[in-house]
Each structure stands twice: as structure tokens, then as C-alpha cells.
Design a protein around this ligand. Structure first.
Ligand SMILES: [Cu+2]
Length: 135
């Protein structure tokens, strides 16, 4: 049995000229967003995330429920977890202030962690734009 979602969140149709001279700069500085997708049985996200306030965009693209626990690796402490589980197809956007360090993202629902739903990622301090990487 299938559940057809009626929400029309699709790509905008590309009509008209797509080659503009320069992309319009956003008026307000937007927070960087990190997309975190859940499937069976993987957590898909970037391995590097900027420190500071970010928007975590969670999307359950699987057919089972999933949750998310963020663990700080250095201290082995849970810094955040979802309230309840995400239903299949559910999306959530959470603003979160991340300190630099090593983190682990885990879905611990129903043994999913053991099936592969665990991923490490690095939260890095923002570097000034154009800054050289002097060791
Ligand atoms: Cu899961």
C-alpha cells in the first residue's frame, strides 16, 4: 500500500533565460544549511560542517522511521537528538549551534546503527574567505 504525498515541493521549471550575469546576493546572511538524509540503512550528509549556527535539514527518504542522535566524539556525549522519530517522507529543519570538533551522527532506532546508520563528521571553524591555509 502506498501513501501518495501531495506536497508540491519540486524543482522549479526552468523556463526563460537561465544565464544571468551574476547571481543575486541574498539580502540577509543566511545560515549555512546541512542536509542530512536517512535511507535504509545509511545517514547521508557532508563529512565537514561549518561551526556555529547551522540549519540541519533532516529528510527521511526511506520507508522506515528513523531518528538522529548527535554525539560529540571527544567526550562521547550526546549533544542533541530528535524528538521522537521521523516518519517516512518527513522533513525537519532545526537550527543548531555546533562547536568545532568531531561528531558522530547515529540512528539508533531498531538496530539501525548496527546496519550502517552511523557516520562521523567534522565541524570546522569558519575560515576567513580567501584565507590561506598556513600550517
Ligand atoms: Cu534508522
Amino acid at each position: 500500500m502506498f501513501i501518495i504525498s501531495g506536497c508540491g515541493e519540486g524543482e522549479a521549471p526552468s523556463s526563460g533565460a537561465s544565464e544571468s550575469a551574476a547571481p543575486a546576493a541574498p539580502v540577509e546572511p543566511e545560515l549555512p544549511s546541512v542536509e542530512i538524509d536517512f535511507t535504509e540503512y545509511e545517514i547521508l550528509m557532508d563529512a565537514r560542517v561549518p561551526a556555529g549556527p547551522v540549519i540541519l535539514r533532516l529528510a527521511n527518504r526511506g520507508f522506515e522511521e528513523h531518528n538522529l542522535i548527535l554525539v560529540r566524539v571527544e567526550s562521547d556525549s550526546t549533544v542533541w537528538e530528535t524528538e521522537g522519530r521521523l516518519n517516512p517522507g518527513e522533513r525537519r529543519a532545526i537550527t543548531f549551534d555546533l562547536e568545532a570538533g568531531e561528531y558522530r551522527a547515529i540512528c539508533d532506532f531498531s538496530g539501525h546503527e548496527g546496519r550502517g546508520m552511523v557516520v562521523d563528521f567534522l565541524v570546522e571553524e569558519k575560515t576567513p574567505s580567501g584565507g590561506a591555509d598556513d600550517g
